[in-house]
Ligand binder design. Structure first.
Ligand code: GDD
Ligand code: MN
Length: 372
């Protein structure tokens, strides 16, 4: 059975239309619709009327706020082995549900996400400022949480997930809005499939997303970053890299400010010195924090040498990306360098993790493996 969870907060004009369109879309399916409502208007009365007409409709009326917890509370009382979530304001057209179900059955995926960002999809219903925020938020999620890369739309408020995959989050109380991210990072999701759809404009009621939601989102990301050690490591690496940039710039400014004219050979030498001091700075913190579990005093020179090699390759990659971007006509001086830096950071992180700070197996174990 499919349990469709619909979180609602002051959606009185939308629930009946949503109900009608959903029932039509799921014609012939075994399903229930669970409204989880935190409204202060008469939305719950409207839902109670629907429930009286159709026993497949249920209402959980809560006295608190929170989109993510509303969805989780819905999951907890749901009877289905498949769980779906859809917004109550019709921005996710209920008609897409039939397609999501079909794709789930065909692919046996335990998570199916309708996406605005693959061919055939459309973020149309988002205003331009919301679109930029959405894309920025998505990029951040993809960079910081590797699990989120399994979908092109990790911010989606609509999806189908198997109960088995959702079990690990049933006892959590996430503060943020993005329940899908919680699922992907903390859940048991093995296989994710995207299906394109067009996000609709809201025509009744108001969005509940404000500036506070953006701040909550960042907090949620930081919280989720600590779940998977690999994500935490990358986050620390990027953070330390950021301090390295500050060290680099400060040193360069100091050495070239005529007042402390420490470098008689001018800007070139100052730049080289600043870069390499920053490199050393980064190495010290990365070896003692980011990869502290792989620290070995007897390996420190080997690690340092490899770290330097990787850093030089990273700088090279940054420059190559810059050249490529210019080649295709992207010529904002800072933007192309920033994209290059991002590529460099991702690349050097991977190489440091897989090569520089490689865990060396104890000698005995290696011998045994070889004899086998
Ligand atoms: N129960 C409950 N409690 N429901 C809530 C609450 C709450 O505190 N806050 C919002 N909702 C309900 C709304 O009534 C609506 O049905 C749904 O959750 C989404 O809220 P909106 O206010 O319409 O959010 P949005 O359209 O700005 O954002 C939606 O789309 C985004 C995609 O860009 C959400 O689904 C986001 O999670 C999604 O990222
Ligand atoms: Mn909405």
């Amino acid at each position: 059975m499919l349990s469709l969870i619909v979180p609602t907060y002051n959606e009185r004009e939308n629930v009946r239309v949503l109900y009608r369109r959903t029932v039509e879309a799921l014609d012939g399916e075994d399903f229930e619709i669970v409204f989880v409502d935190d409204s202060h208007d008469d939305t719950p009365d409207e839902i109670r009327r629907l429930a009286a007409e159709d026993s497949r409709v249920r209402l959980l009326h809560r006295m608190e706020r929170g989109l993510a917890t509303a969805v989780i509370d819905g999951f907890r009382i749901a009877r289905g082995d498949m769980l779906a979530v859809i917004d109550g304001d019709l921005q996710h057209p209920p008609e897409i549900l039939a397609n999501l179900l079909r794709v789930q059955r065909e692919t046996r995926a335990d998570l199916v996400v309708p996406s605005r960002y693959i061919a055939g999809g459309d973020p149309g219903g988002l205003s331009w400022p919301r679109r930029v925020l959405s894309l920025g938020g998505r990029a951040l999620a993809h960079i910081l949480l590797r699990e989120s890369r399994a979908t092109t739309d990790p911010m989606s408020g609509c999806f189908i997930v198997s109960r088995a995959a959702a079990v690990p989050i049933l006892n959590t109380r996430p503060k943020g809005f993005k329940i899908l991210l919680e699922l992907m990072v903390r859940g048991n999701v093995q296989r994710t499939v995207d299906v394109p759809y067009a996000f609709a404009a809201r025509d009744a009621g108001q969005s509940k997303l404000g500036w506070k939601t953006q701040a909550d989102y960042l907090r949620q990301l930081l919280d989720l970053v600590t779940v998977n050690p690999d994500n935490t490591r990358f986050f620390l690496f990027a953070l330390i890299g950021g301090t390295g940039v500050a060290v680099n710039a400060a040193l360069f400014a100091l050495m070239t400010s005529g007042y402390f004219d420490l470098v008689p050979y001018g800007a070139l030498l100052a730049s080289l010195i600043a870069s390499h001091v920053a490199l050393l700075w980064n190495f010290i913190w990365n070896t003692s924090i980011t990869w502290r579990d792989r620290f070995r005093a007897d390996q420190i020179w080997r690690h340092a040498f490899r770290y330097l090699v990787v850093a030089e390759f990273g700088a090279l990659l940054t420059a190559l990306v810059l050249l490529m971007l210019r080649g295709i006509g992207v010529e904002f001086n800072l933007l192309d360098q920033l994209v290059g830096i991002l590529a460099g950071v991702l690349f050097t992180y991977r190489l440091n993790d897989r090569w520089t700070f490689l865990q060396h197996a104890p000698a005995l174990q290696t011998e045994r493996t070889m004899r086998r």
